[in-house]
Design a protein around this ligand. Structure first.
Ligand code: MN
Length: 197
């Protein structure tokens, strides 16, 4: 069992004008495929060969961590997105979490965009649920980092590596992350919430 390129739930041009087909083609068919191929090459005939990308990123270090985590992060990111006309309202349940954690949706959005803009270099900005407090938090990770290695439940992420937006936005990361908010699959975000015991 090796990692394989996950099927997208939308066409490569379905996120325009937020992300062009050209950006999505490079991002999905080139960047993500390369992370998957490299992971498979690195893990061939090792104990990691039969693990999922999630299991690999929780236990591996170095190049296997980097490539497996990028495979996981990209599949998760692409699942966070949907065409603008397919987005749904945020449910009352998720709204309650957001309001109790940030005060309001607008404050959450402002803080998330600010975190993404200030995430220096290449990395990811995440909305997570802290299982200890049950509150939602915004977390930046660098390079291939993923908050699940810190015991946090990931709900939403945006890729702030330049390859994610440079063809469409050049250096204007804030415009990219602001537009991102109109293409979020909130049903997917909610599906990642830990259910209270
Ligand atoms: Mn990327």
């Amino acid at each position: 069992m090796a990692l394989y390129l996950p099927k997208l739930k939308y066409e490569l041009d379905a996120l325009e004008p937020f992300l062009s087909q050209r950006t999505m083609n490079f991002h999905y068919n080139k960047h993500l495929q390369t992370y998957i191929n490299t992971t498979n090459t690195l893990t061939k005939d090792t104990d990691f060969a039969y693990k999922t990308a999630r299991e690999m990123l929780l236990t591996a270090v170095g190049p296997i961590f980097n490539n497996a985590a990028q495979a996981f992060n990209h599949e998760f990111f692409f699942n966070c997105l949907c065409p603008k006309d397919k987005t749904s309202l945020i449910s009352a349940n998720l709204s309650t979490y957001i309001n109790e954690s940030f005060g309001s949706f607008e404050k959450f959005k402002e803080d998330f965009i600010q975190a993404a803009v200030s995430n220096f270099g290449s990395g990811w900005t995440w909305l997570v649920q802290n299982p200890t407090t049950n509150k939602l938090e915004i977390v930046n990770t660098q390079n291939a980092g993923n908050p699940i290695t810190q015991g946090l439940q990931v709900l939403l992420c945006v890729d702030v590596w330049e390859h994610a937006y440079y063809l469409d936005y050049q250096n204007l990361r804030k415009d990219y992350v602001t537009a991102f908010f109109d293409y979020i699959d909130w049903k997917f975000v909610e599906s990642n919430l830990l259910v209270k015991a």
